[in-house]
Design a protein around this ligand. Structure first.
Ligand code: ADP
Length: 484
């Protein structure tokens, strides 16, 4: 049960609420008790003052003990209320008179049994007061004890003591009432708040439960499904949105993967079919002229070469996608690499009577993976030669432009239709599939430019088709010039 966020939230909430309510009730109780004691003390003090004033007035010149007893009676009769009691003690600490044995009191006051004035607690209270420990204090006895004040006063040459007691019974009753109220109100408030909290937690977590149910139903086969967003601007809406964005990315990546697999198998199927076809034709008769065997083997050789090129390209892209293609970086000159690549492509250009030139534009020191960059330049140069008609021109240049090198390969081919220009870097994209295929080894798998672009980006650069029209195309690779 504690595994549920809803239950945990509710329990935390209830525990905190209970603690807060208990602390509040405790603080309130203490505050009330302190104020009640203060007000009792000031009440007692006023009573003692009033009593002594009356005694003083009644005594006049008679300072004998009977005179004091008589004056005390008068004062008791005047000042005694339901909750108060008085006692006058002689200098030896013995009782001279108490409010409970004066006339008019039949001794029936429940709050003040006569024994209270002879109790141990009363005596200790008076003694402590006389020793100057305190003026106010508590006396045990009766139903809930008493609060008392002690005052000394002189009659003639003798020192007497006045003790005024107030019963704490009514105060205790009030406090018991408050505690009873707390004992009912606090559990009730906690129960109500817990029920409300549980309901609220359930209501606010319901979308999460719905989302997790929906998410649990999404698999590779229905990756296009999305979570329903009830309120885009709340936290759960944000969560659902982020989850949907994640699904979008996964979906795109799944689709790309799927297309990649489909395209790859399609690309591989053709050369394999040609290989099988050639082999079957060659073997269909026991003996063939040597010419025919040579011709078949040449086709098989070319297709095997094409096949291994496609496999190599696929492997490169797969490793690049997984971020597992390491760059073996070292220092070299980009202009030299371009010159070498142009040199190796000369035979291809000669075959098609294409004028291949390399513009020398000064030294371009670079730090990167020389092999990969050579592959990028070769892909661009061989494409330029491939897609330029016989007798055309291809020029390659490498120059520093600001904080980057610009490596351009320009040709005088037919260009690429404007609506297809954005797609030439897509994997397996070929402008004219039929022609590529028919051209034998001219027909690439449509992976060359994807790989070239990845190589440029892996060096924190870019590869773009900067111009393509009826006069030819220009591909430009931009690579950052290493600092220092
Ligand atoms: P491929 O192996 O088919 O050449 P690429 O990825 O290198 O694959 O090129 C993708 C497509 O872009 C090519 O099939 C071709 O149609 C087009 N293309 C590439 N370079 C050029 C160019 N210099 N001139 C015209 N079209 C080009």
């Amino acid at each position: 049960m504690l595994d549920s966020v809803r239950v945990r939230l509710t329990l935390w909430y209830s525990a905190v609420l209970t603690l807060v309510l208990l602390a509040l009730a405790g603080a309130m109780y203490l505050l009330l008790a302190r104020n009640a004691t203060r007000s009792t003390d000031s009440n007692l003090s006023e009573l003692a003052d009033a009593f002594l004033t009356t005694v003083d007035a009644e005594l006049e010149s008679d300072t004998s003990l009977p005179g004091l007893v008589q004056a005390s009676r008068e004062a008791i009769a005047e000042h005694r209320f339901r909750d108060d009691a008085f006692a006058v003690l002689n200098p030896d600490g013995n009782i001279v008179i108490t409010s409970e044995d004066s006339p008019g009191n039949d001794g029936a006051r429940r709050e003040f049994p006569r024994e209270i004035f002879t109790s141990e607690s009363f005596r200790r209270f008076v003694q402590d007061a006389e020793r100057g420990r305190h003026t106010y204090g508590n006396v045990r006895g009766g139903r809930d004890g008493y609060r008392g004040v002690v005052r000394g006063f002189a009659v003639g040459s003798s020192e007497f003591t006045l003790v005024v007691l107030q019963s704490l019974h009514r105060q205790q009753e009030m406090f018991q009432g408050i505690v009873r109220m707390f004992a009912i109100v606090i559990p009730l408030a906690v129960i109500l708040a817990t029920a409300g909290g549980y309901f609220l937690a359930k209501k606010s977590l319901a979308p999460v439960v719905a989302m997790s149910t929906q998410a649990g139903q999404i698999s590779a086969s229905n990756l296009h499904e999305r979570l329903k967003i009830r309120n885009e601007s709340d936290e759960l809406g944000h969560l659902a949105k982020s989850f949907n964005e994640l699904l979008n990315r996964l979906d795109t990546s799944f689709e790309q993967q799927h297309r990649f697999m489909a395209d790859a198998s399609h690309e591989l199927r053709t050369p394999v079919a040609i290989l099988r076809g050639e082999a079957e034709v060659s073997l269909s008769r026991d003996v063939r002229p040597q010419e025919e065997y040579r011709e078949s083997l040449a086709i098989i050789g070319a297709e095997a070469g094409r096949l291994s090129q496609i496999v190599e390209d696929l492997f490169t892209l797969a490793r690049a996608d997984a971020g597992q293609h390491p760059l073996v970086k070292r220092e070299f000159y980009l202009d030299e690499l371009v010159a070498e690549a142009v040199h190796s492509a000369r035979a291809l250009a000669l075959d098609k009577e294409i004028a291949l030139v390399c513009e020398s534009c000064g030294e371009c020191p670079f730090f990167g993976d020389e092999e990969l960059l050579r592959r990028m330049v070769m892909n661009l140069v061989s494409n330029a030669i491939k897609y330029t008609p016989r007798g055309g021109n291809v020029s390659v240049a490498c120059r520093a432009a600001g904080d980057r090198y610009e490596l351009t390969v320009a040709d005088s081919g037919h260009g690429i239709a404007i609506e297809l220009q954005g797609r030439v870097f897509d994997r397996f994209f070929r402008v004219d599939t039929a022609r590529s295929r028919a051209d034998g080894d001219h027909g690439g798998a449509g992976l060359g430019l994807s790989i070239a672009r990845w190589i440029a980006e892996a060096h924190r650069g870019s590869l773009e088709l900067t111009r393509s029209d009826a006069n030819g195309s220009v591909f430009s690779a931009f690579l950052p010039i290493p600092r220092g």
